[in-house]
Write a protein that binds this ligand. Structure first.
Ligand SMILES: Nc1ncnc2c1ncn2[C@@H]1O[C@H](COP(=O)(O)OP(=O)(O)OP(=O)(O)O)[C@@H](O)[C@H]1O
Ligand SMILES: [Mg+2]
Length: 344
């Protein structure tokens, strides 16, 4: 990474209390976001992407941070009080949620909601804030912003509502924007426009972007750095081109193999990853991916891999990347693994 990180998530753990006791949804996650950088978090449904994003801003509903740190510059957001978090949220770090309908208030005009967001953090008159709201709507590509500023959310299209959410998020020029699946509710053309908008805003404001997605195509297009989640852990991370071009974890490789490419015959079934993400109550021993892994061998069933450092700042949580492992071990291991599966 070129510059010192703005956000540093260290060994983050998140627990939810349930009727049957606590469950851990995030189990020791590490990653960082530098100024002006786009970091993508990718992984299957239920892998802990949203919980991690919400934990950063202490927006967990019913959950708690049970371990680790969330460093914002020199402060730990994980231990910060409500008043402190209110000063950070929307001001230093803003979030765009997946579904704009649940985060915009249907009872107020979009202009009112943008004005509120501005006045929460900036001492400006209502009038000045309203002018700024019109400017912001224009900037995010809402046509005729001077009249749309008085529209209610239901009077706008889905794509326009997502643009309003982005306008609210950038209203106080945050240094980090967290976008959790910002385009999944939108059709492909609008998705491309919203991503383009995020990219332009980022260039203009030099905002760092933490982009949660399950779309590898979006990762390739947007991110400098990619963090791959599996079952509440980071299994691989590194510069996007390197990770996508030469994955060092079998899960990343499987995820990439499952992506339809323009050259793939649409009639052919995709190489979907067999099996399902394990439930929070029945995490496999050893490597959490081993039951679905085509390269697993005996060790993988009982040895929990660490996040091993690889050249170029990359990391992989796979025993194949264990620093003490020699290529000879790998051959032996894989043979054992293959034999094991065939006899199973
Ligand atoms: N409030 C909650 N109470 C209990 N468990 C929860 C709660 N919120 C999330 N979880 C669990 O935490 C795990 C991670 O959920 P999370 O929403 O982070 O997944 P995700 O990676 O964002 O998935 P998706 O791609 O579907 O958005 C899941 O097993 C989920 O069921
Ligand atoms: Mg999610």
């Amino acid at each position: 990474m070129d510059s010192a990180p703005l956000l540093q998530v260290e060994d983050l753990r998140v627990e939810f209390a349930t009727a049957d006791g606590a469950v851990e949804a995030v189990s020791g996650v590490n990653f960082a976001v530098a100024a002006n950088q786009t970091v993508a978090v990718v992984g299957e449904s239920g892998s802990g992407k949203s919980v991690t994003a919400l934990a950063v801003l202490q927006l967990l509903d019913g959950g708690r941070i049970s371990g680790g740190r969330v460093l914002w510059e020199d402060r730990d957001l994980a231990g910060m009080d409500r008043a402190g978090m209110r000063r950070i949220r929307g001001n230093d770090i803003a979030m765009i949620f997946q579904d704009p309908m649940t985060s915009l208030d249907p009872l107020y005009t979009v202009g009112h909601q943008i004005v509120e967001a501005i006045r929460l953090h900036r001492k400006v008159s209502k009038r000045a804030a309203r002018e700024r709201a019109v400017e912001l709507l224009e900037q995010v590509g809402i046509p005729d912003p001077r009249s749309r500023v008085d529209a209610y959310p239901h009077q706008l299209s889905g794509g326009q509502r997502q643009r309003v959410m982005i306008a609210i998020a950038i209203a106080c020029s945050p240094r980090l924007l967290i976008a959790d699946e910002p385009t999944t509710a939108l059709d492909v053309t609008i998705e491309a426009q919203v991503l383009e908008l995020l990219r332009n805003l980022q260039r203009e404001y030099e905002t760092a972007l933490l982009l949660v997605t399950h779309d590898v195509g979006v990762v390739a297009e947007m991110a400098d750095w990619v963090v791959v989640f599996y079952a509440g852990q980071v299994v691989e991370q590194g510069p996007t081109a390197q990770v996508l071009g030469d994955p060092r974890h079998p899960y990343t490789a499987a995820l990439l193999a499952a992506v339809p490419s323009p050259t793939t015959d649409k009639a052919l079934p995709l190489a979907a990853i067999g099996g399902a993400v394990p439930g929070l109550r029945d995490m496999p021993s050893g490597c959490r991916f081993h039951p679905r892994c085509s390269r697993a061998w005996d060790d993988c069933t009982h040895t929990e891999p660490a996040l091993y450092a690889l050249p170029g700042g990359r990391q992989s949580r796979c025993l194949l990347q264990h620093p003490d492992r020699s290529p000879a071990d790998e051959t032996a291991g894989e043979l054992a693994g293959t034999a094991g599966r065939e006899s199973a």
